[in-house]
Write a new protein. Sequence first.
Length: 259
Amino acid sequence: MLTLSNSSEPKVPRDAWALFLDIDGTLLEHAAHPDSVVVSDELRTLLAGLELQLDGALAFITGRSIAAVDHLFQPLKLRAAGLYGLEHRLTRDGPVEAAGEPADIAALAKEIEAELDSAEVYIERKGPILAIHTRAAPQLLQRATQLVEQALGRLPEGYRVLAGNAGVELMPLEAAKGAAIRRFMEQRAFAGRRPVFLGDDTSDENGFDVINEMDGVSIRIKPRGPTAARHALSGVGEALAWLGAASQANVDGSGLVHP
């Protein structure tokens, strides 16, 4: 398993490649509230240029809903897998395959909100996914995790708990970034390309595993421990610098990258 201290510098593939990007902690610094982050015009321009350079083989792979992603990056609209792959937009201007909120998850959200009773904890209801953000109240992370784990026994089968750097999420078993990457790689714009994935959290590890199986380039941003990623970058700034350097590469009509 890789750590930042023994990582190698990720290289832009010299053959045709595809790019998959987590958002929070990868392209944008984390904030206490997910709606507090701001996308710069420079980032929009960078992503639009990369998407053009890659002939459309670029997609967000995120825990946010696609609606939230579109609002954040407007007017830029890209291919995306939202809610860890429970939502998809397989083409840039295509329809969104959305996921609704089950009644038991809605009830649980209200229950946990009342139990924690803290303005510093943000409970995000994302369809079938319940996310509890404790970045502004780290002392409540353990209690939030306990509440979610206890709820598993009262829910239908098919859910799992995923602990993150500053929060915990309850989600269906089929919510997996690796599965979302596989689905995109079957699409015409991505097929035959070498995949590259940048992510920063526990939820991205499944994606790194899939990228490694495909002999792609897996990059974890600021790893806090062992990771399946084969490369690491020290933070959001270094990730953006790497993407900027990749965007400066010359790409001919076949997708070959030249220094």
